[in-house]
Design a protein around this ligand. Structure first.
Ligand code: 3EB
Length: 306
């Protein structure tokens, strides 16, 4: 299983964030190394999926309207996702990319992201999936055009969840951030190939404890985000002999304001080195972050020998 990153015109990018250049981004695709005969694809409710016998990749889109409808649509979309996992042999959810239209807008008196969190958590509970400890890695970002779109990877082996000691686990955030907490782990560790482990680090931002730090200062937010990413990697290293290095991981940088790119890149270059392959190959996407005071969010993934 390989991630290929760049800009693809052939992918369906409805409801995706935009590359900083302005196009909707089909910015990553997952390539199977399994022979064609081993592969199956199908559609279950909202979800289109491809299964290669070891890994399953799926995508779903749904147009959203009012607040109660958004909660229900999110629940229905995730119910289909879990039905795919069940039908394909009780697969385990590893990583989820959630892209929401107008994530920070208010609908019926509650923020879109908070409606989404209600529907998502309910679907996990309804399906008997782990909504707290053991939840998959994830990110949740906003765009301004198109449907709610959810993309995911699942596998035949349960991931090991990783948390960050600098941060309250998101599934334990206090209710001041919304009636239901977000459903994700800070990272998921899994073996995608023999002798190798892959670390999926969730969207990571300038949050310490449960509070946003450095509101209004994108450079300081980036530096804090790097400290969180390093803390997650250190937690992962306590669980595996594989050694991950942010400088060589696949990085995706989500910016609320494309004009912040130079400031963010300068902080990343000072920390990782301007020539770090992770930085040179980073995907820069324009997206709203799930808290209005957050300006940048970074996710990372990478594989290392055990
Ligand atoms: C945070 O740490 C920032 O709702 O799935 C990061 C990753 C964030 C995933 C999600 C939200 C999500 O709370 C926001």
């Amino acid at each position: 299983m390989l991630a290929e990153r760049g800009h693809f015109d052939d992918g369906r990018a409805a409801g995706a964030p935009r590359l900083l250049a302005g196009e909707p981004a089909c910015a990553e695709r997952w390539l199977s190394e399994a022979p064609a005969a081993a592969r199956t694809e199908g559609r279950t409710g909202h979800v289109s999926w491809h299964d290669d016998g070891r890994w399953l990749h799926g995508s779903a889109c749904i147009e959203v309207s009012g607040g109660a409808r958004l909660r229900e649509d999110t629940r229905a979309l995730y119910a289909d996702l879990f039905e795919v996992l069940r039908q394909r042999g009780d697969l385990h959810l590893l990583k989820v990319w959630n892209y929401l239209p107008h994530i920070n807008a208010e609908l019926d008196g509650l923020e879109v992201y908070r409606h989404f969190n209600i529907g998502r958590q309910q679907a996990f509970l309804d399906a008997g999936q782990r909504a707290f400890e053991g939840a998959p890695a994830a990110c949740a970002l906003g765009h301004h055009e198109g449907p709610l779109s959810v993309h995911f990877l699942a596998g035949r082996q349960a991931p090991r969840p990783i948390e960050n000691p600098r941060q309250v686990s998101a599934y334990h955030y206090p209710s001041s951030y919304g009636p239901r907490s977000p459903t994700f782990s800070r990272a998921a560790l899994v073996s995608l190939a023999p002798g190798e482990e892959t670390l999926f680090i969730s969207g990571t931002a300038s949050i310490v404890g449960h509070r946003t730090l450095h509101a209004g200062d994108v450079g300081a937010q980036t530096a804090e985000t790097l400290r969180n990413l390093e803390a997650v990697i250190a937690s992962a290293h306590a669980q595996t002999s594989a050694r991950f290095d942010l400088r060589t991981m696949d990085l995706t940088v989500y910016l609320r304001d494309p004009a912040d790119r130079a400031a963010v890149e300068a902080v990343l270059a000072a920390s990782l080195g301007a020539d770090a392959p992770g930085l040179r190959g980073a995907l820069w996407l324009h997206a709203d972050i799930c808290r209005t005071d957050l300006l940048v969010e970074i996710e990372a993934q990478g594989s290392a020998p055990t």
